[in-house]
Write a protein that binds this ligand. Structure first.
Ligand code: ATP
Length: 241
């Protein structure tokens, strides 16, 4: 993996997406500060210089684009298992968030792109982890934010190196076995198993029910009034209710 660290950039995902045609190997871009960090559907990921770990990993798969649908779940598992090694016990919120005590500690944004060959594809895996944000920034975020003060003392380079190893291992495994290797692990880390949740789309309630977990292709299973339904990630968000 080619590794680059920069002091500041707009978005590491945007930079790697733009660089894809020139990449021969997987690439990691770490930014000390992001000034235009991205979330899903045009939302923003905010960070405090030096108090957030923000990076993207570009990975080429020997599989067509549609095979990458469940990738955010596999990345979430790798991220949660790595944080656990540093005594940070997190849970996963479908489809792409990492929660600590019910609040968002880390976000995952995967943007995929076609490769030169139709049987290959690129994924740019963006991750942001709050390492101890300042209060002024937390106040600007409209959702509950997890901030663990002692993470300020953690060796960020050590965490990054461990994460890179685990993510590379997980991506190899996803490339060979697909989501199958991650479904049980994801369900064991599920933040809302057996809890009441609401699935919303731009503020509008789509479904309400009891959260079950994810199925073999990464859909979210929900027991509602009309029985069990399976929801595709798309653009929807989940809320505890
Ligand atoms: P949710 O369902 O909670 O809105 P999402 O998966 O739809 O999550 P993303 O698009 O992945 O959200 O992430 C962007 C959102 O994350 C922002 O709209 C904001 O609410 C929240 N956010 C932004 N920066 C941070 C941060 N540093 N820590 C925690 N949450 C953040």
């Amino acid at each position: 993996v080619a590794v680059k660290v920069v002091d500041e950039t707009g978005s590491t995902n945007a930079d790697l997406l733009a660089a894809l045609p020139t990449l021969a190997t997987p690439a990691l871009l770490v930014a000390r500060t992001q000034t235009a960090g991205r979330g899903r559907a045009g939302r923003s990921w905010l960070s405090t210089p030096g108090k957030s770990l923000t990076f993207s990993l570009a990975w080429k798969f020997d599989a067509p684009l549609q095979a990458l649908v469940g990738l955010p779940l596999a990345v979430g598992v790798a991220l949660a298992e790595t944080l656990d090694m540093f005594n940070v016990n997190v849970r996963l919120k479908w489809p792409n968030d990492v929660l600590y005590e019910g609040k968002k500690l880390a976000g995952i944004l995967i943007e995929s792109a076609a490769a030169a060959r139709p049987d290959q594809s690129w994924a740019v895996i963006g991750i942001g982890i709050n390492m101890a944000l300042n209060e002024e920034l937390i106040a600007r975020i409209d959702r509950p934010v997890a901030n663990i003060p002692w993470l300020a003392d953690l060796d960020q380079d050590m965490l990054m190196a461990t994460l890179l190893n685990r993510l590379a291992e997980a991506m190899e495994q996803f490339g060979q076995e697909g989501l199958a290797a991650f479904v049980t692990r994801w369900n064991n880390l599920h933040a809302y198993a057996g809890k009441s949740v609401t699935i919303i789309d731009h503020g509008k309630t789509l479904h309400e029910g009891i959260a079950v977990g994810v199925d073999a292709i990464g859909r979210f299973l929900l027991d509602g009034a009309a029985g069990r339904i399976a929801i595709m990630a798309g653009d929807v968000s989940l809320r505890p209710s």
